[in-house]
Design a protein around this ligand. Structure first.
Ligand code: UTP
Length: 244
């Protein structure tokens, strides 16, 4: 891994680990006690940010899907639908940011370059989407790679990677540990359609694999457990993805 990239010199002076967290819109604003959940989540993030730097990327959730489906009905094409999704992710990002106070970079980060710059001075940076064609999982993975994060956490609506979709298949079983190659097989059928739902975007899986990142998939609404993952505990309930 090249260590001579512009901007990285300053960063190597910080010893605190960097954790990159993909927060699904489906867990942030599903319409179920969202304010108290977000309040509790911001408390956890602020506490963790005392000892770690955090890259938080927020998904579009219902807002994205609702607007995308109306825009589709009005005749919009895929790239335009993705752009609507990105706008939704950034609105959700701004909502989460409202509760993060002075530890947080005050602007929703829109590009990888902005992320690299913002992490130099802020304990927490918050982003939504960046470009059409992928999801916020992929954005998180790319920011994690570029900013040399130590750990990637996917805080999502399911409590790990399953052998098949647990919402559709009652026989689906949770997998405790998995390799990137195996995970890629599970998520490969994902077509990349605007608003599509899969446990992890295949692009995110590929980026995390090549940067040999340790990753976790956890249920984001289970805050005690998400906190364990953020604290680097080995007792996390979810799926661990090992780099080798
Ligand atoms: P996500 O799929 O990342 O959010 O973005 P989500 O649906 O909240 O994620 P989960 O499933 O709960 O974890 C919503 C939509 O925004 C567009 C895509 O259309 C995506 O489906 N998007 C998002 C982009 O086109 N580019 C991005 O960088 C991010």
């Amino acid at each position: 891994m090249g260590d001579n990239e512009p901007g990285l010199v300053h960063m190597t002076h910080h010893d605190d680990p960097i954790y990159a967290v993909s927060i699904g819109g489906s867990i942030l604003v599903p319409g179920d006690d969202d304010l108290s959940y977000i309040q509790a989540l911001t408390e956890v993030l602020k506490k963790v940010a005392q000892t770690k730097r955090l890259i938080i990327v927020v998904g579009g959730g219902k807002l994205a899907r609702n607007y995308q489906s109306m825009a589709r009905g009005l005749g919009a094409g895929n790239t335009f639908l993705d752009e609507i999704g990105i706008a939704a992710t950034r609105l959700n990002a701004k909502l989460l940011m409202s509760g993060l106070g002075h530890l947080c970079h005050p602007i929703v980060v829109e590009t990888l370059d902005e992320a690299a710059e913002a992490i130099r001075d802020s304990r927490i940076i918050v982003a939504g989407g960046t470009h059409p064609g992928h999801t916020t999982d992929a954005v998180t993975a790319m920011m994690a790679e570029k900013l040399r994060a130590d750990v990637f956490i996917n805080a999502t609506s399911v409590d790990g990677v399953y052998t098949s979709d647990p919402n559709k298949d009652p026989e689906a079983k949770r997998i405790e540990t998995i390799s990137y190659a195996k995970l890629l097989e599970i998520v490969a059928p994902y077509a990349g359609k605007p608003g599509a739902n899969v446990v992890m975007d295949p692009l995110a899986v590929k980026v995390l694999a090549r940067s040999k990142m340790t990753s976790y998939v956890v249920k984001g609404r289970d805050l005690d457990n998400l906190k364990l993952a953020l604290e680097g505990s080995t007792d996390v309930h979810g799926t661990v993805i090992n780099p080798d």
